[in-house]
Every structure is written in C-alpha cells, then in structure tokens.
Design a protein around this ligand. Structure first.
Ligand code: CA
Length: 222
C-alpha cells in the first residue's frame, strides 16, 4: 500500500514514515504542498495523510487533487482540536488522525479507509487455494501461511487483483517502492522470482510479458 505523507515537522515526518514502513506500507514523505503535487504527478498512491498547516499553504487545498485521483485522505489534526477535525471532514477528508501520530492507530485507519465500500479493494482476495488478507498482510496457499516479504506480498496482491490481466511494470514499481528508492530491473525480477517459487506448489505461474509486465495464471494440472 503506497502512502503519501505530507507533514512539515521533520521529526514527526521521519518517525511516521519509518514507523509506517515497518508496518508494511510504502511511504513517500514530503514537507510541502508543492512537493505533494509533484508526487501525485508521477506515482499512484493508495491513500494520503495530510497535515493542515504547511509552509506553502493549507493542507486541505490538496484534497481536490487527491479526490480526482481517487486517493482517500486522512487529515492530521492537533490533539483535541475538534474544529480542525470538522473542517477537515467538511472539506472532503475521509477520516482524520490526531497528532502526535499513534502509528498503530494510523495504520489501522489507513487499512479501514482501503476496505470501505466503494473502494477498489476488498479485504480478502482469493483464487482457488490462494488466499490473501489485505488487512493483516498475510497470505495462505492451501491453508499453509506463505512466508512473504512486504514487497512480495504487494506484488501478489497486484497480480491477484489483475487476474487474468497483466500488471504493468510501472504500476508494480509505484506500489512497491517509494519515489526516492532507485529500482533496478533486476530488483523487480528478483521479487518476481521469489514469489514464483512460493506460489509454484499451488500451480500458480507468473508469466513475464517482456517490456510490459507480469500476469498470474493457474498452470495446467501436473
Ligand atoms: Ca504543520
């Protein structure tokens, strides 16, 4: 799950970004509205966390740009500031979080946002013997837990959601990496190949569409 965090207090931003990464999110963290707009131009995000008082303006002014792209938003408000919260929700935010961030709570609110009716993703995805729980980040093959890294899980989710379609390489890169991370083609291939090994016992194959991306299919009976 790729998150855009817009927060100008450096300590908070760094702490929140690393804490959310540890909880399985891919996080791009920026300090200004301008930088946030730049990020939205070049990557796809699943959700955003937006502070209100930013150096170049009011965080709520970012909400229309997020809404146009179908990116749900959490507005960050100061502790106990009810008016802040109301203004955020009135301006179209989907939910709010209170600063200083309690990262377990923020993570839970992000997961809740992404499983609301009308959102693209359902909490549990299944195909045959493969089962993936988006909330907990756990997957099972024939009821055996799959030991997947964060990026392998994210890739599996993309492939499963796209079945029988192809997942474009750029989309994979956007979902699995922050904008600051340099991604070599080999790094993506390595993730695909690890995931392939894990899924092989269930008869799932990941086909490489050279130059385009990958698709997952169920192989014929052995
Ligand atoms: Ca601020």
């Amino acid at each position: 799950m790729h998150i855009l965090l817009v927060e100008d207090e450096t300590d908070l931003r760094v702490l929140a970004a690393s804490g959310l990464q540890r909880r399985g999110f891919v996080v791009d963290a920026v300090a200004t509205l301008a930088a946030a707009h730049d990020c939205l131009e070049v990557a796809r995000f699943d959700a955003a966390i937006v502070d209100r008082r930013l150096p170049d303006g009011e965080g709520l002014t970012l909400l229309p740009a997020l809404a146009r792209r179908g990116v749900p938003a959490l507005v960050a408000t100061a502790y106990g500031d009810v008016e802040d919260r109301i203004a955020g929700l009135d301006a179209g935010a989907d939910d709010y979080v209170v600063k200083p961030y309690d990262l377990d709570e923020v993570a839970a609110r992000l997961r809740a946002l992404l499983r609301r009716p009308g959102q693209r993703h359902s909490p549990v995805l299944t195909h045959g013997v493969l089962r993936l729980e988006t909330g907990s980040g756990q997957a099972w093959l024939s009821d055996e837990p799959l030991d997947l890294g964060r990026r392998e899980f994210a890739l599996l989710r993309l492939l499963l959601e796209a079945m029988p379609g192809v997942v474009i390489r750029d989309v994979v890169q956007d979902r699995l990496y922050t904008l600051d991370e340099a991604v070599s083609p080999n790094a993506l291939e390595a993730i695909v190949s690890r995931l392939r090994k894990r899924l092989a016992p269930g008869g799932f194959l990941i086909e490489n569409r050279r130059g385009i991306g990958w698709r997952m299919v169920v192989g014929s009976e052995p």
